[in-house]
Design a protein around this ligand. Structure first.
Ligand code: SF4
Ligand code: SF4
Length: 164
């Protein structure tokens, strides 16, 4: 879940429509469908330091790879909904890199289900748009650069290239 990244033009791609000024629609689909969040131990420490309690018991797996923490999701224990049923990240200020770098870029989520898969960016909706639209690619790059500012301060050393 992210906010505020824009697509500059109003050109509409015939199969995957895009919109100018795309912003996260706060459906919560990503927060409730991703099985687990991988983050550095520094990112987990930032969450702990926030003092914010999860909405549901948080289950952590620290054993899989040294230096990484895995938070079981589906749904993320820090996800909730407001009175209008809009998705809310209760740890937005300290959310991990994997959340900061993701946006599905669906302009009308009701008409286009989220497709998490093995496509290059892990999401068919996003991968298709980045691959087909220069406007989305530029917006995606901006999102990555901003997310990486957080990441480099919290233990991430390698980033997937976004210049495809
Ligand atoms: S699935 Fe897309 S619209 Fe829904 S919360 Fe995630 S990024 Fe936002
Ligand atoms: S940390 Fe926040 S943005 Fe990330 S999955 Fe959980 S609720 Fe969503």
């Amino acid at each position: 879940m992210t906010h505020g990244f824009t697509v500059a033009s109003d050109r509409v791609w015939r199969l995957r429509p895009i919109t100018p000024g795309w912003q996260c629609q706060r459906t919560g689909d990503c927060c409730t469908q991703v099985p687990a969040l991988r983050m550095t131990v520094a990112e987990r420490a930032a969450i702990d330091a926030s003092g914010i309690s999860p909405q549901r018991p948080a289950a952590w797996d620290l054993t899989s790879e040294t230096g990484w923490a895995f938070l079981q999701a589906q749904p993320c224990p820090y996800f909730t909904r407001d009175e209008n049923r809009q998705g809310v990240c209760t740890i937005y200020a300290v959310r991990p890199f994997v959340c900061r770098r993701f946006g599905c870029f669906r302009p009308v989520p009701d008409k286009e289900p989220l497709e998490l898969d093995r496509s290059p960016l892990g999401c068919r909706n996003l991968s298709d748009r980045v691959g087909q639209s220069a406007e989305v690619l530029h917006a995606y790059r901006r999102m990555q650069r901003k997310a990486q500012e957080w990441a480099v301060l919290h233990g991430w050393k390698k980033f997937r290239r976004v210049d495809r």
